[in-house]
Design a binder for this molecule. Structure first.
Ligand code: NAD
Length: 478
């Protein structure tokens, strides 16, 4: 079991002022694997004060200096990849292979994307050639509160920290109290990078405590949050009195539209994508929309695919899926599966209860529902577990209508061999991202959503922009 760790404030590990603790539970065993302190107002204030004091110097460092920091971060991060994978696997239940490759790998992948985008990033430009004395400056917004969730911990921490660093912001990271261990390793990495004191600070805490304190803090200029729409709404309201910029990466209810002419692997690929990370991804393709003429065959393929997905301990090597993160999530998912049955959807794989042979741990059966309609709860709510809903459709217009009939708009998917149709449908989808025929996104592509999936974009050029103000100066003479 890990010992309780201090917070990282003003370039040093310091003992928390806080008196309350929080147990971290290994979701594979339901046992306590670490204890952290939950910060209180004094910890929050100290971290924000350190970030505020460091801002004037850090925000005026040269682009070269900040590029050097990003490159050192990449080196130090890669050195600690094994420790990072172990921490992620234990705290949120990602099987160790997934933790090493996708989870830990996401951090370095995004950082490389930032480094590439930063090379050509311009902080100063002329408005237009015919207005040479109008100068446009892009300047760091200030002190940023970075509040992150448990599902892709390093993906989200790196998207925020590296973007804020490149922009010249100073920051306070508050990782999820459910999965704080990876951020402790990350903070050791940041310590090794050797930044000026106060540029990067980390305080553990929960939403009611440190999360809310950061959101209302008068010296915080921006909150960058990833997590539930519920918390995103609370943060937006809490930030309103001090007119903070709020960037939000929230939930999703992605549609994967499969036309009858889709490639033969499309359905299998969609199911496996859904089950990846035990369904705990905001961009999961959780609604599979299938053209009616292909629907019965697609249901058969989906059933067979889901039945072959194995479930096991996070510590074991292999391509199985792990548990979901917590008892709260386990119970929520069980209730939603039951609700699917009660509302008349047809479970063709999985169902309620644990998979056979697993009596402990928050393990969920890989579940597929057929004959779902888009008004059912399982088609509307973000389940955040390995549960997929299949919905038949007739024609392109209906597919687009169903895909867009959701409060979310994060990632949608299209599968067809008709290139014109693929582009038409992708354009018509009201979402920040669309993936065609299983093609993954390139490094540095903007990540973010429309509607209630969020505000702002992370990653690459856009992820630096998110942390900048725009200043317009006239009368500029070289
Ligand atoms: P959450 O949104 O409650 O927590 C995410 C982060 O926000 C944590 O660091 C938490 O401490 C903090 N937080 C919570 N309430 C806050 C508040 N009022 N002010 C400031 N910070 C606050 O997520 P959760 O409870 O861990 O999961 C609940 C649901 O959220 C899941 O079932 C899932 O649907 C969704 N979720 C979505 C994503 C995503 O990437 N879209 C990620 C995690 C969870």
């Amino acid at each position: 079991m890990l010992e309780k760790r201090d917070f990282y404030i003003n370039g040093a590990w310091v003992a928390p002022a806080a008196t309350s603790d929080c147990e971290v539970i290994d979701p594979s065993t339901e046992e306590v694997c670490a204890v952290i302190s939950l910060g209180d107002q004094a910890d929050t204030d100290a971290a924000v004060a350190a970030a505020k004091a460091a801002f004037p110097a850090w925000s005026t460092t040269s682009k070269d200096d900040r590029m050097a920091v990003l490159k050192r971060l990449l080196d130090e991060y890669n050195k600690r990849a094994d420790d990072m994978a172990q921490a992620i696997s234990m705290e949120m239940g990602a099987p160790i292979n997934l933790a090493r490759n996708s989870q830990t790998g996401a951090g370095s992948w995004h950082l490389e994307g930032f480094i590439e985008a930063f090379k050509s990033f311009e902080f100063e430009s002329m408005l237009r050639p015919d207005a040479p004395s109008d100068r446009i400056l892009r300047e760091a917004i200030g002190v940023c509160a970075l509040i992150t969730p448990w599902n892709w911990p390093m993906n989200q921490v790196m998207l925020k920290v590296a973007g804020a660093l490149a922009a010249g912001c100073t920051m306070v990271l508050k990782p999820s109290e459910v999965a704080p261990l990876s951020s402790i390793v990350f903070t050791e990495i940041m310590d090794a990078v050797g930044l000026p004191a106060g540029v990067y600070n980390m305080v553990n805490g929960d939403g009611v405590g440190v999360g809310s304190q950061l959101s209302v803090h008068p010296d915080v200029d921006m909150v960058s949050f990833t997590g539930s729409t519920r918390a995103g709404t609370a943060i937006t309201k809490a930030s309103a009195d001090t007119i903070k910029r709020v960037a939000l990466e929230l939930g999703g209810k992605g549609a994967n539209v499969i036309f009858a002419d889709a490639d033969e692997k499309a359905v299998k690929r969609g199911v496996l994508h859904m089950m990846n990370n035990t369904g705990q991804s905001c961009n999961a393709p959780s609604r599979m929309l299938v053209e009616r003429s292909y629907y019965d065959e697609a249901v058969e393929i989906a059933t067979e695919t889901a039945n072959k997905v194995t479930v096991g301990l996070a510590s074991e090597e292999g391509r199985h899926i792990g548990p979901v993160v917590s008892e709260v999530q386990f119970n929520k998912i069980q209730d939603l599966i039951q609700q699917g049955i009660d509302e008349g959807a047809r479970p063709v794989a999985g169902g309620t209860g644990r998979p056979e042979g697993l009596n402990r741990g928050y393990f969920v059966r890989p579940t597929v529902f057929a004959d779902v309609n888009n008004d059912m709860t399982i088609a509307r709510e973000e389940i955040f577990g390995p549960v997929m809903a299949m919905i038949p459709f007739d024609g392109e217009d209906e597919a687009i209508k169903i895909a867009n009939d959701t409060v979310y708009g994060l990632t949608n998917y299209v599968q067809t061999q008709d290139k014109d149709r693929a582009r038409r449908v992708a354009r018509a989808m009201r979402s920040g991202m669309v993936e065609i025929n299983g093609q993954g996104r390139a490094q540095g592509a903007p990540f973010g959503g429309y509607k209630q999936s969020g505000i702002g974009r992370e990653g690459g050029h856009w992820g630096i922009e998110d942390f900048l103000e725009t200043k317009s100066i006239s009368g500029w003479v070289e």
